[in-house]
Design a protein around this ligand. Structure first.
Ligand SMILES: Cc1cc2nc3c(=O)[nH]c(=O)nc-3n(C[C@H](O)[C@H](O)[C@H](O)COP(=O)(O)OP(=O)(O)OC[C@H]3O[C@@H](n4cnc5c(N)ncnc54)[C@H](O)[C@@H]3O)c2cc1C
Length: 334
């Protein structure tokens, strides 16, 4: 009889499963449940861009990160400003990574119904087991995988309250997408069509990003939330892959200590509440408070996998670029 059930085999649930096995739990004691997705890649939220932290987290569960890197662009453009990003941003083959994390585990499409000691809710925006959150904020996104005639550059553009992106993948392919708080689906489609001009469409999907920051309690009875189910995605940048993995680690580190788990999450990602407020303010007042945003530079450098003490000396050019982006974006200025 399984002792725990992991509901949701996205990045958080799969990474947690692998961590537990690494720490000695038998796969016989874990029931993994996920109904799957009808998308071409088989996973629902297909964002694949990540940072250097991925390398360490990957090695910690005995997997070689290089296997999953699809692209590692030298330069990127944020709101038209060129940035040197070599060695900082990578797109990964997320479906392959999830498959390897789950090696040897059977994923059932629905729960077996057996009684388990603990349920891990790793169901992302669904929060299928921990329950709905009264003040939930969910932003819609659309994304396409396309193939350009030439390898595209990584790019990001602000769009009122939200942003669109081009994330290079293998060869000349890329994800082009948009997440927005204010655009309707027609406007979002138009933006994506423009970004994808001249490219061949491979597939497309819709998704959602939670915009709340950590949702406390993370533990209710025998149900523990992890990853985006616990609100662990940055509402401003949409970065959720690393927080999903880190939260799984924190859960394992505090396996018998729910309060310790919540406290560790709040210490690490409590600032996502500040970015959630920034997004709300941006929507309500029509301008992003760049002063508050710049106040979060330490948190963002850490999220990007950079050591800010070294960064302040060696990566001063990056800080300057971020300042230029903030100051050159009139719509984003307070
Ligand atoms: C379009 C888009 C682009 C993004 N781009 C990026 C990016 O470039 N970089 C980045 O860091 N983050 C990105 N994100 C955010 C990131 O993908 C998520 O924050 C991250 O995947 C969350 O991981 P998770 O495992 O918590 O949840 P998910 O990846 O959402 O996994 C949840 C799993 O639960 C399953 N599930 C749902 N309901 C049930 C149920 N009732 N029972 C069992 N299983 C269930 C789902 O099928 C799914 O497999 C993007 C999100 C979207 C939508």
């Amino acid at each position: 009889m399984p002792r725990i059930m992991i509901a949701g085999a996205g990045i958080a649930g799969s990474y947690l499963c692998r961590l537990l096995v690494k720490r000695g739990l038998s796969l016989k004691d874990i029931e993994v449940v996920d109904p799957g997705s009808a998308t071409r890649c088989g996973i629902p939220s297909c964002g694949f861009a990540t940072t250097r932290q991925f390398f360490t987290l990957c090695r910690e569960v005995g997997l070689g990160p290089e296997k999953y890197v699809l692209a590692s662009p030298d330069t990127g453009y944020a709101n038209g400003i060129k940035l040197t990003i070599k060695g900082h941003i990578f797109s990964i083959d997320k479906p392959a990574f999830i498959r390897d994390l789950l090696e040897g585990a059977a994923v059932n499409s629905s729960p077996s119904g057996m009684t388990v000691e603990r349920i891990i809710d790793a169901t992302g925006t669904a929060r299928a087991y921990i329950g709905k959150y009264e003040h939930d904020v969910i932003y819609p996104c659309i994304q396409k995988k396309v193939e350009f005639p030439h390898p595209p550059a990584l790019a990001e553009y602000p769009h009122h309250v939200g942003y669109s992106w081009v994330i290079p993948l293998e060869g000349s392919s890329a994800h082009v997408g948009i997440g927005s708080n204010t655009y309707n689906s027609e406007n979002m489609k138009k933006v994506v069509e423009n970004l994808a001009e001249g490219a061949r469409t491979i597939c497309g999907c819709k998704g959602f990003i939670r915009g709340t920051g950590p949702i406390i309690p993370l533990v209710r009875g025998n149900v523990w939330a992890v990853g985006e189910a616990g609100g662990l995605v940055d509402p401003l940048s949409g970065v959720g892959i690393i927080p999903a993995m880190v939260s799984a680690k924190l859960l394992v580190d505090h396996w018998d200590d729910p309060k310790g788990y919540e406290a560790a999450i709040v210490r690490k990602y409590g600032w996502f509440r500040v970015t959630a407020e920034l997004v709300q303010e941006w929507r309500d007042k029509g301008a992003l408070n760049t002063r508050k945003l710049l106040g979060l530079w330490r948190e963002y450098t850490e999220l990007a996998g950079l050591d800010y003490s070294v960064l302040s000396l060696a990566r001063i050019d990056l800080i300057r670029s971020v300042l230029r982006i903030a100051l050159r974006a009139p719509k984003m200025r307070q």
